[in-house]
Design a protein around this ligand. Structure first.
Ligand code: HEC
Ligand code: HEC
Length: 337
């Protein structure tokens, strides 16, 4: 018998698993998932009905990498959210099933558990509900959550993992909750720029770039602010005179929201080109060119987006600082693979 009380619940669950038929209710394994919130981050919001347990995160991770959730079993969440790229993708628009294309760029999932509203237009409120978007989108996984749950029922390991995680068989609720639990663990806050000892952690170029980032000329930190380098506001940053994708307007139908997109995090930004909602800017140089130009005239453009001048050296320094937001421990974390 186990002499460590921590392993006891697991042992009981394992015994029950052997004793019961898989479709009978079972006590889940409630061993908590140990999550270290990075220094300077607020507590991670976790819903009461989906506390993080090791069994839930393990199931969510398996589902995240498994194409089983797409109609023809070819596309996984990880097909568009690659762990080595901070869970983003290399192309402007990632192909879904049958190589169909949507219209937005795959964002990083780093610190996604902190976002008050999801998607670039803020159209979804929780990570649990967000799972339904790619799963059912014709251009992404094109499946049905009920059919996905039935498919998982045919896999004995999914049935067992589902029982351990939630005390029930694979179901739509199990799928969305497990994926959300895994996504909440994707915390990135250990980049060189996070080191309170700036002088030791950053190169001289990066230190100069930091001054520019937080300074009054480039004004980057007026929108890309706080621990996650975003104020989470929906803002028009002047990319176009006419927007094909109207951004938050799709949701609110408020003309003032045309071209407004959520200010994205800049964590791991050097790894997540191409940039902007549609992946239209290929490099950080192109991004700086956009901001220096003051953007295109649009009635909704933020008054903070105005032309300014940086010398070639200052541009290099600013990009060097953005590179100091790369968190290699996050990219190489074996718990995410
Ligand atoms: C075909 C590519 C593709 C697949 C497959 C895909 N995603 Fe995404 N994902 C995207 C794109 C593109 C967006 C941005 C959509 C938007 O903002 O409207 C996105 C946005 C998200 C967001 C919101 C992030 C934010 O910053 O608001 C989350 C969370 C997410 N995806 C998780 C998942 C999960 C979980 C799966 C698997 C069930 C998945 N994705 C499958 C392409 C994909
Ligand atoms: C007025 C607010 C505002 C200011 C100031 C601002 N940004 Fe942005 N930034 C945004 C918004 C909004 C987006 C998203 C636009 C979109 O998705 O089309 C964005 C997108 C980006 C992106 C692309 C992120 C991605 O994942 O695709 C980068 C990089 C970026 N900004 C860097 C900067 C830098 C560097 C500065 C300073 C020179 C700066 N921003 C100033 C609001 C701002």
């Amino acid at each position: 018998m186990p002499n460590n009380t921590k392993t006891l619940p697991f042992f009981i669950a394992a015994l029950l698993l052997v004793a019961c038929k898989p479709d009978e209710p079972l006590l889940p394994d409630e061993t908590p998932y140990v999550l270290t919130v990075p220094y300077g981050f607020p507590p991670l919001p976790v819903p009461d009905d989906n506390k993080l347990t090791a069994a839930r995160v393990a199931l969510g991770k398996k589902l995240f990498y498994d194409p089983v959730l797409s109609i023809d079993s070819t596309v996984a969440c990880a097909s568009c959210h690659l762990p080595q790229l901070a869970f983003s993708d290399t192309v402007p628009i990632s192909p879904g099933v049958a190589d169909r294309l949507g219209f937005r760029n795959s964002p990083t999932l780093a610190n996604v558990g902190y976002l008050p509203l999801l998607l670039k237009d803020g159209g979804v409120e929780t990570l649990e509900i967000q799972v339904l978007t790619p799963l059912t989108d014709h251009n992404e996984m094109d499946f049905d959550i009920g059919a996905a749950a039935k498919r998982l029922m045919q896999h004995n390991n999914y049935v067992q993992m589902s029982l351990l995680a939630y005390g029930q068989n694979p179901s739509p609720s199990v799928i969305v909750k497990a994926l959300a639990a895994f996504e909440r663990t994707l915390l990135s806050g250990n980049a060189p720029a996070d080191n309170p000892d700036t002088l030791a952690a950053l190169t001289e170029a990066q230190q100069r770039g930091k001054q520019i980032f937080f300074g009054n000329v480039a004004k980057c930190s007026q929108c890309h602010s706080g621990f996650n380098y975003t104020n989470n506001a929906f803002i028009n940053n002047g990319l176009y005179e006419v927007y094909d994708d109207p951004g938050r307007f799709r949701l609110t139908q408020n003309p003032a929201d045309v071209g407004a997109f959520r200010v994205p995090t800049l964590r791991n930004i050097a790894l997540t080109p191409p940039y902007m909602h549609n992946g239209s800017l290929p490099t950080l140089e192109a991004v700086l060119e956009h901001y220096q130009s003051g953007g295109k005239q649009h009635p909704n453009k933020s008054p903070l987006i105005q032309p300014f001048t940086l010398t070639p050296q200052q541009r290099q320094d600013l990009i060097a600082f953005l590179e100091a937001l790369t968190d290699t421990a996050f990219l190489n974390n074996p718990q995410f693979r």
